[in-house]
Design a protein around this ligand. Structure first.
Ligand SMILES: Nc1ncnc2c1ncn2[C@@H]1O[C@H](COP(=O)(O)OP(=O)(O)OP(=O)(O)O)[C@@H](O)[C@H]1O
Ligand SMILES: O=P(O)(O)OC[C@H]1O[C@H](OP(=O)(O)OP(=O)(O)O)[C@H](O)[C@@H]1O
Ligand SMILES: [Mg+2]
Length: 300
């Protein structure tokens, strides 16, 4: 049978974390791109409404391998897990290739070595035991630093290991630092920085799958761009217009006449950065009024 449209042929399979830190942001991003799923909590697979896309909801640790083995076409996963699995697979001789498609600007965290408050510096790690869920990333860093220390592999509750006498230090994810503080630990060294990534399997997709992916990527870019942008609106005195536009973080503001006055104009601009309070105050000093900074939902 000849398949001529993008809705026939193999569907695009995307793996995402079923339940955890990345789940809500992943679903929100897909939803903002117009890809919606009717999720039933017990089900592993969900079908997108009106798209040839299936969503597989799994443990985040399984996502890189599913992509690298070509079991799914796309995956959304933290770079920390991605790199850990890639290093492990390189050592065990399993397929470890993938395509990095987009950094998604959520799930920001860092993998850090932490010791008890009274200890200082990474030199103190020589010959010590370091508890971690990321032995491959840790060993890779120790090798590059020329340090001899022994990873103690734990699957959870890494932060209690020093208190429990299981290790002298830990190597774990940090975001706000609250977990370290609550456990009397001090962050000594960041060894890896991470955010969520969209990755693709190695090899070519079918024509229809590629068309679906291209469409999603364009929309994701639009969502990301919109999230980073603001719509600025204000009324400006005509005679200070040049000074006003020079202050705006935007290239080509639109200038419109106002019905009720000849001395003022409306200025509208899309800015790729936020408008700081200081700039708003300077605009006020130039005689601007009704200064609004609005979020943008979509951009194409
Ligand atoms: N405190 C944090 N702040 C921001 N992002 C984080 C934080 N902790 C983890 N992450 C990111 O979110 C990912 C998932 O974290 P989570 O704690 O949900 O994983 P998990 O417990 O291993 O889940 P799973 O049950 O899927 O294996 C991490 O691999 C990391 O990329
Ligand atoms: O620096 P903080 O903001 O305190 O974040 C760090 C904590 O967040 C993650 O755990 P999570 O809360 O996801 O729970 P888990 O360890 O049970 O997965 C990570 O494993 C740390 O324990
Ligand atoms: Mg996990």
């Amino acid at each position: 049978m000849i398949q001529s449209d993008t809705t026939s042929g193999p569907r695009l399979k995307i793996a995402m974390q079923k339940s955890g830190r990345l789940s809500d942001d992943t679903l929100s991003l897909l939803q903002a791109s117009g890809v919606r799923f009717n999720l039933q909590s017990a089900k592993l697979i969900a079908h997108a409404e009106g798209w040839p896309i299936d969503l597989l909801r799994v443990r985040d640790d399984d996502i890189p391998g599913l992509v690298m083995d070509g079991v799914v076409d796309l995956g959304i996963v933290g770079e920390n897990v991605l790199e850990e699995v890639r290093l492990e697979r390189l050592q065990t001789g399993s397929p470890a290739d993938y395509q990095a498609l987009r950094s998604l600007d959520f799930g920001h965290c860092r993998l850090s070595i932490a010791t008890r408050l009274e200890e200082h510096g990474s030199a103190a790690l020589e010959g010590r035991r370091i508890a971690t869920t990321y032995p491959y990333l840790l060993r890779d860093w120790l090798r590059r630093e020329g340090l001899n220390a022994s990873p103690v592999v734990l699957t959870g509750s890494v932060e209690v290991a020093p208190r429990a006498g299981l290790a002298d230090a830990i190597c774990d994810l940090v975001s706000t630092g609250a977990t370290l503080e609550a456990n009397g630990l001090r962050e000594q060294q960041v060894i890896f920085r991470s955010q969520a990534q969209l990755i693709g399997r190695p090899g070519d997709l079918s024509q229809g799958q590629q068309a679906t992916l291209d469409r999603i990527l364009r929309r994701l870019d639009g969502v990301q761009q919109a999230r980073e942008s603001k719509y600025i609106m204000l009324h400006a005195p005509k005679e200070r217009l040049e000074e006003v536009t020079a202050l705006l973080p935007a290239d080509h503001p639109t200038v419109l006449p106002l019905g009720h006055t000849d001395t003022e104009v409306a200025v509208h601009a899309v800015s790729t950065e936020n408008l700081f309070w200081e700039t708003m105050e300077q605009l006020r000093e130039l005689g601007c009024s009704s200064i609004l900074v609005l979020p943008i939902e979509k951009m194409l």
